[in-house]
Write a new protein. Sequence first.
Length: 99
Amino acid sequence: MLRLVIALDLTPSVQAQQKPFTEKQVGNMVRAGRGDDSGAKLIERRGIDFAPAEDFIQSLKASGPSEAFLNALRAAKPPEPASAKKPLTGWFACRPIFA
């Protein structure tokens, strides 16, 4: 019983470590028949690492994903690029690297 409690306790942290889906993974998910509400929930939970172009979405439609899946895909936001993140501030950001 103790093992089960420990496993259940670790589950959220494992899910938090999962990376966003790639474009290829999303395509494979739809072709494997997971372009339904359960796939939409996965997209909402993990996110995506790309900006889905309309031609990509149109190519998925041939495999018959649900509208819920397509809406989740359209609503998902790719992570911010590292260059768009908060700039460095403070004394180390103002000093020249080479003197």
